[in-house]
Ligand binder design. Structure first.
Ligand code: KMH
Ligand code: ZN
Length: 277
C-alpha cells in the first residue's frame, strides 16, 4: 500500500456557471450540500468559494459563515479551506472576506498571470499581505502555483519569513495562461519545490483526471471538483462534485493509495501545529 492520499474537492470556484452545467451549486445551502457529499465520497478537504443567489462570485463573510455552519450542522468533519483568490477583478480587501471563523486553511496565490482572457493580479506586496492575514488568523496556507516562476516567489516568501510552516502546495495545471497539464510540467514543478513539502495537483478541464492519476503516481495529493472541470468524461457532464470525487477515489484505489480521512489530513498537513502569529 502506498502513502495516504488527500482528495480535495473544489466545489464551485468563481468562474463556472449553471448554464454550462446545471449541477454547479450557488446558494450557501447548495454549496454546503455539495461539500458534504464530496466528503462522503472520500474528499478530506473542501476548497470553498461562495456565490450570490444569481451565481455572481462572492467573497462576503456572511456567505462563507453560512456555508461552514451548514457543513458542520450536517455532521461533516471535512477540512475547510477558503479561497483568498476569489474572482478576477476583486480587490484584496474583498478577497480576504472569506477568512471567517471555522476556516482551517486558506489559499495563497503566488503570482500575477493571464487567466483566460483576463488578468489575475497578485503582486508581491499583495501576496505578503494575504500571507500575513492567513498567519494572523492562525490558518494554514495552501500555495497555489500555476507557473514555474511562482516557485521562486515561494522561495522568496520562505527566505523572508513571510510564509508560516506548515504550508501546502497546490499545482494548478491547465489554466489558459499557466502551465499545461503534462507529466513534464508536473515533474518540473515538483522537482523545483524549495524544500520538502506536501503537494497536490489539480488539472483544469479535460486534464483533471489525467493530472490526478499522474499526481497519485508521483506521490502527491489530488484536487478535483466542478471549479476545475464540469465533465466526468468526454461529452458527459458530471452530475455533481460527488461524481468527480468518486472518480478520483477509484484512481487512488487503482494506484494503491488509501484515502486520508479528514482527521488524517489534519495531521498530515500539520493543521494541529499551525504556529501562533
Ligand atoms: N478564481 C480564480 C481567479 C483560489 O481559489 O485561491 C482564483 C482561484 C484561486 O480560484
Ligand atoms: Zn479556487
Amino acid at each position: 500500500m502506498g502513502d495516504k492520499v488527500i482528495i480535495t474537492c473544489a466545489v464551485v470556484g468563481a468562474e463556472v456557471t449553471r448554464e454550462a452545467n446545471p449541477a454547479v451549486p450557488y446558494t450557501p445551502e447548495e454549496i454546503a450540500r455539495a461539500a458534504v457529499e464530496a466528503g462522503r465520497e472520500g474528499a478530506a478537504v473542501v476548497h470553498l468559494h461562495a456565490r450570490h443567489e444569481d451565481g455572481r462570485p462572492s467573497q462576503e463573510s456572511r456567505h462563507f459563515r453560512e456555508i461552514i455552519d451548514r457543513i458542520r450542522a450536517a455532521g461533516s468533519n471535512v477540512v475547510i479551506q477558503c479561497s483568498t483568490g476569489g474572482a478576477v477583478g476583486m480587490t484584496v480587501d474583498e478577497r480576504l472576506g472569506s477568512l471567517v471563523d471555522g476556516a482551517e486553511m486558506a489559499t495563497l496565490n503566488l503570482g500575477t498571470m493571464n487567466f483566460g482572457d483576463e488578468v489575475f493580479v497578485n503582486s508581491r506586496p499583495e501576496i505578503v499581505r494575504i500571507a500575513r492575514r492567513i498567519r494572523e488568523r492562525r490558518l494554514s496556507a495552501e500555495c497555489e502555483v500555476y507557473d514555474g516562476g511562482m516557485l521562486e516567489t515561494l522561495r522568496w516568501l520562505l527566505a523572508r519569513g513571510e510564509l508560516a510552516r506548515p504550508y501546502h502546495v497546490q499545482f494548478v495545471l491547465g489554466v489558459p495562461g499557466g502551465l499545461g497539464g503534462s507529466e513534464r510540467n508536473l515533474r518540473f514543478l515538483v522537482e523545483g519545490l524549495p524544500e520538502a513539502a506536501h503537494w497536490s495537483a489539480a488539472g483544469i478541464g479535460r486534464c483533471e483526471l489525467p493530472v490526478a492519476e499522474l499526481a497519485l503516481s508521483l506521490g502527491g495529493h489530488v484536487r478535483v471538483g466542478l471549479e476545475d472541470n464540469l465533465y466526468l468524461s468526454r461529452g458527459v457532464l458530471a452530475k455533481g462534485n460527488r461524481e468527480l470525487v468518486a472518480a478520483a477515489a477509484r484512481l487512488a484505489e487503482r494506484a494503491g493509495r488509501p484515502l486520508a480521512s479528514p482527521g488524517e489530513a489534519r495531521s498530515l498537513l500539520g493543521l494541529d501545529r499551525v504556529s501562533p502569529a
